[in-house]
Ligand binder design. Sequence first.
Ligand SMILES: O=P(O)(O)OC[C@H]1O[C@H](O[C@H]2O[C@H](CO)[C@@H](O)[C@H](O)[C@H]2O)[C@H](O)[C@@H](O)[C@@H]1O
Length: 256
Amino acid sequence: MMSTEVEKFDLAEWLDGAVFLDFDGTLVDLAETPDTVMVAPGLVQVLATLRERLQGRLAIVSGRPIAQIDAMLAPLKLPVAGVHGAERRDYNGQLHIAKAPSLDAAQLILRALVLAHDGLLLEEKRGALALHYRLAPDLRVQCEQAMEAALIASPGTVLLHGKMVLELKPATVNKGSAVAEFLQEEPFKNCLPVFVGDDTTDEAGIAYAQQLGGVGVKVGAGPSAARCRLDSPQALHVQLAHAAQSNHSTSTGDTP
Ligand SMILES: O=P(O)(O)OC[C@H]1O[C@H](O[C@H]2O[C@H](CO)[C@@H](O)[C@H](O)[C@H]2O)[C@H](O)[C@@H](O)[C@@H]1O
């Protein structure tokens, strides 16, 4: 359900909770290609401080593979759900890989399309295929048609429509299921989740967080079920920095 009433959001009021952050469009501005995004100076240190403040209850939930998130946030290594939950590294560093259906047939279809057209980019991830058309927006319809064919050729997958990207991923996982898995484990267990994201793929995380009594935060414009909104990644950075330095007391007895 889309939310019409927008509530004020202050991350510093959620320091007893567990915080789940999407990456592209949320922590970093979108860029022309996946490898040209820029992590803002100081952001990694802010995340490290916030992780301490949250006593470890901070995770990234992304469509990207975990390895890419680690490279972008180096030297920080947070718990991460990658590929929309198809892979997950928990708080203890243990890796959990979901069973993924075969993508061989889809791969053939999509590789042929990308070879035939300039400007398309196919990201081949463990368990998912992302077809980017940001550099060739006029090819959106051809991309959608190829992706529909790839979807039919790959039982057990679903199609995501993201920002200038179409993605096939296992039907059994999404960002909500990734959050649910984290919340079964320490130090996230029994905490109210905060989920911050910008894209359609984040709606599963937002809906799940709010279903549990937590809060969803949509970054940027567009329809969302989120109760709260932030204008941009930069507005989120301000919230992260403020919460990291905040003196709000937590359930563990920290005093202001
Ligand atoms: O869940 P996220 O962390 O938001 O990841 C979703 C997809 O993000 C990346 O693609 C998006 O960002 C690119 C860089 O800004 C941009 O060029 C592209 O148009 C966006 O769709 C990433 O490349 C994908 O693998 C993620 O699934």
